[in-house]
Design a protein around this ligand. Structure first.
Ligand code: FES
Length: 256
């Protein structure tokens, strides 16, 4: 006897799946937050004002090459060029891809809900989506950027040769910790740390690599959360330093 598989029709609307479910809230909020961040970041980077208030520097302007001895400011045209690195990392990030395909293109907007329109699927073989294949390279470049951000944070705890703590030092520290969590929970970073290893027992220091991968596997499910927190913290750190520059706020500072 022939057995015929019964495929239920795909629901066309959220109501058919879960009556009363406000599935549109998440994509709508995502559109608002991502758009606000991109507009603010673009304005900040092209504003022609270097967001620096000694000893703080905005994460959009992590500009000092060298560590105290040789300082080479690379303002101007290089800032927008360097901004491509974090932008490329986030734009090609697996979490952001899911997020912006859902919210901006409704492709589909939520689980079990029909796409806005069905076209031919080309995967990531065409511009601009083909750029997503370069995620691992954006990650490598971002690791270098992260080093500079950490160097900026170390400097934020020193003022006129003395150890110093200001609210801004702590704001910058929290920001770079969140950025590090976002970067180190990246899927490509996990692969970089041990994804290619078939048997840990057969490679040098295999036990260490195994431990690192286990740790990253545990942390990875929170990648989406770190993506959000770090996005907000970057913008808020920049806002905070701008407010200090404008004299709108005066922060508590302790110099030892
Ligand atoms: S930064 Fe999100 S997956 Fe790599």
């Amino acid at each position: 006897m022939a057995v015929e598989a019964v495929v239920p029709p795909r629901p066309a609307a959220a109501k058919e799946v879960s009556p009363g479910r406000a599935w549109w809230i998440e994509p709508a909020l995502t559109v608002v937050c991502y758009s606000a961040f991109v507009i603010y970041a673009t304005w900040s980077v092209f504003d022609q004002v270097n967001v620096v208030f000694a000893p703080y520097v905005s994460p959009f302007f992590s500009t000092w090459l060298g560590f105290g001895l040789i300082k080479v400011p690379i303002f101007g045209i290089l800032i927008p060029i360097l901004a491509v690195i974090p932008l490329g990392l986030r734009g090609s990030c697996y979490y952001y891809r899911k997020s912006y395909f859902r919210s901006f293109f409704w492709d589909p907007p939520a689980c079990a809900i029909q796409e806005l329109k069905r076209g031919r699927y080309y995967g990531e073989t065409r511009f601009p989506w083909v750029l997503n294949n370069y995620h691992r390279y954006f990650l490598l470049l971002s690791l270098v950027v992260l080093l500079f951000l950490w160097a900026d944070v170390v400097r934020a705890f020193a003022f006129h040769g003395s150890f110093f703590i200001g609210l801004g030092s702590l704001v910058m520290l929290v920001n770079v910790v969140l950025l590090s969590l976002y970067t180190f929970t990246c899927h490509s970073f996990r692969y970089l740390m041990g994804g290619r290893i078939d048997r840990f027992s057969r490679v040098p220091a295999g036990r260490i690599w195994q431990r690192i991968v286990i740790l990253l596997n545990r942390a990875n499910p929170r990648h989406g959360a770190w993506a959000w927190y770090s996005m907000f913290s970057v913008a808020l750190t920049d806002v905070y330093i701008r407010l200090l520059m404008a004299g709108v706020i005066h922060e508590p500072r302790v110099i030892f």
